[in-house]
Design a binder for this molecule. Structure first.
Ligand code: HEM
Length: 480
């Protein structure tokens, strides 16, 4: 699409089967159209029969507006006991420590020889951040229970990819193989909703018992939704928040959507950032020096430290630019024809924001293939800043809802792993560096790779392990 845009202009359309795809490759048009309410719909496809417009990612119209407002207002359920950012940081830091402990435990002579794959460690810990925030649930590392939970999503994504052509050729749904894939996807979603349903039932039972407790505010997003449903039912105003949707199913789909949106994106971005460290040892050394001077030994980085770590943050931003984790954002649609720069975009088009093209535009980012954190540093003050062409979270009315959480997770996970371990290429051959080519699905994921981890600052880990658990962990349910 980037190559086509050089030939045909910033807005290109392609007819694929029965659908018109409109790809936007420049920031000016993208910001203009995505800030208007005309393009806040999602495209309709033959797969809509599965999710039926529930949740937030595929919802549109009034339901989408109300759910977005609700999630924004209640900050994913993080408002109780302390400020939202304190609560968020305590959840993320807890999982960072858990991840470091698991890595430290498994770093031994065997992993020294063959290297270690960071992916499963990050998977469990990042999953725990979002699950603990929204539904007070977490999983232990390396357990069957977690493997089963994550398999629902992996399988869902794999099956979804198989049905891809059906979006453009709807008649394919009658082909037996595709039909059985759709049936599997439907069954997979039912199982996932049942799993989440058990957690919701637990919350509903214990919510009633907590009435007399001193701290009986909502523990998380599930409590917040349960209270909203109860209140609206009593007032007879359920449709103001939930329209014609079943409120319990909507709550469960929201939980699944938030997990889908907030898991793979963070994991993928972190993996790319570590790949860039392996490929750019000079950048890695500067990050380590900054950590040593700002944080020092004996403790882990906090968000207060991150304020002072301009180079480390610039490194994360450069990684997000160079390896756009969501290269083509999420497809939008329009419910009526709209004229843009003299051209009509017909109703029900699939409108794709080409974030990758914006991040790799050589007129804005000289030598865009090169990894240069300095792009995000003010040359006069040395302070980190975000240029207006940096759009990893999209733009406009449907921009990512989890950008603050995402930035906090990326900073604390990356900085802490870099602070405790030296990270090097597992394979001694300098020509075998992990590739920058990704696999394109909903996210752009790197190929599997291993790293050599050498503990450098385990005393930070020991000191943090001695600290008390955050109070909000009293309600947490950990699956073994
Ligand atoms: C590095 C991490 C992340 C990246 C790069 C990212 C990027 C994006 C992008 C590009 C979109 C599409 C915007 C559009 O439709 O125009 C999006 C949507 C969304 N993101 Fe994120 N995201 C990240 C993490 C998160 C996290 C941690 C959450 C929180 C749970 C989250 C929740 C959402 C939701 C709910 C939407 C759908 C919004 C809507 O349809 O109205 N994301 N994200």
């Amino acid at each position: 699409m980037l190559e086509f845009s050089k030939q045909f202009g910033d807005m290109i359309s392609v007819k694929m089967g029965s659908q018109l795809i409109v790809c936007i490759n420049d920031i000016k048009t993208l910001k203009k159209i995505f800030s208007s309410s005309e393009f806040t719909a999602r495209p309709k496809s033959a797969l809509d029969c599965i999710v039926q417009g529930y949740g937030i990612i595929t919802a549109d119209g009034e339901l989408w507006k109300n759910q977005r407002k609700f999630l924004h207002k209640h900050k994913f359920g993080l408002k109780n006991g302390g400020t939202v950012s304190e609560n968020m940081e305590s959840r993320v830091s807890y999982e960072v420590l858990d991840c470091l402990n698991a890595l430290a435990e498994d770093t031994n002579t065997e992993t020294d020889k063959h290297g270690i794959d960071l992916s499963p460690y990050l998977s469990c810990s990042i999953s725990n951040v979002i699950c603990s925030i929204i539904m007070s649930t977490r999983f232990k590392h390396n357990t069957q229970r977690f493997a089963k939970f994550i398999n629902f999503f992996d399988e869902g994504f794999r099956l979804f990819t198989l049905t891809g052509p059906m979006i453009f050729l709807p008649w394919l749904r009658h082909v037996p193989n595709i039909r059985s894939t759709i049936d599997k996807l439907r069954a997979n979603r039912e199982e996932l909703l049942d799993f989440v349903g058990e957690i919701v039932e637990d919350h509903a039972d214990s919510l009633a018992d907590r009435k007399g407790e001193e701290d009986n505010g909502p523990r998380d997003l599930v409590d917040q939704y349960l209270l909203e449903i109860k209140q609206r039912r009593e007032d007879g105003t359920l449709e103001e928040t939930f329209g014609d949707k079943d409120p319990e199913t909507q709550m469960k789909q929201i939980l699944v959507d938030l997990f889908s949106a907030g898991f793979e994106t963070i994991k993928t971005t972190l993996l790319w950032t570590f790949i860039h460290m392996l490929r750019n040892p000079d950048v890695k050394s500067k990050v380590v020096s900054e950590l040593e001077s700002v944080v020092g030994p004996g403790r882990l980085p906090t968000m207060e430290d991150m304020e002072k770590m301009n180079y480390t943050r610039a490194t994360i931003y450069e990684s997000m630019r160079r390896s756009s984790a969501v290269p083509m954002g999420t497809t939008h649609s329009n419910t009526r024809p709209v004229k843009v720069d003299g051209q009509i975009i017909p109703a029900n088009s699939h409108v794709i924001p080409n974030l990758y093209a914006i991040h790799m535009d050589h007129q804005i980012w000289p030598q865009p293939e090169q990894f240069k954190p300095e792009r995000f540093l003010n040359p006069d003050t040395g302070k980190v800043f975000k240029p207006k062409h940096f759009l990893p979270f999209g733009t406009g009315q449907r921009m990512c809802l989890g950008d603050s959480l995402a930035e906090m997770e990326l900073q604390l996970f990356f900085a802490s792993i870099m602070h405790v371990f030296d990270i090097d290429q597992a394979d001694a051959d300098p020509h075998n560096l992990p590739s920058l080519e990704g696999h394109f699905g909903a996210t752009l994921t790197p190929s599997d790779f291993k790293v050599k981890l050498t503990p450098r600052n385990l005393e930070a880990l020991v000191a943090e392990n001695l600290k008390a658990k955050p109070a909000n962990y009293l309600h947490m349910r950990t699956y073994g």
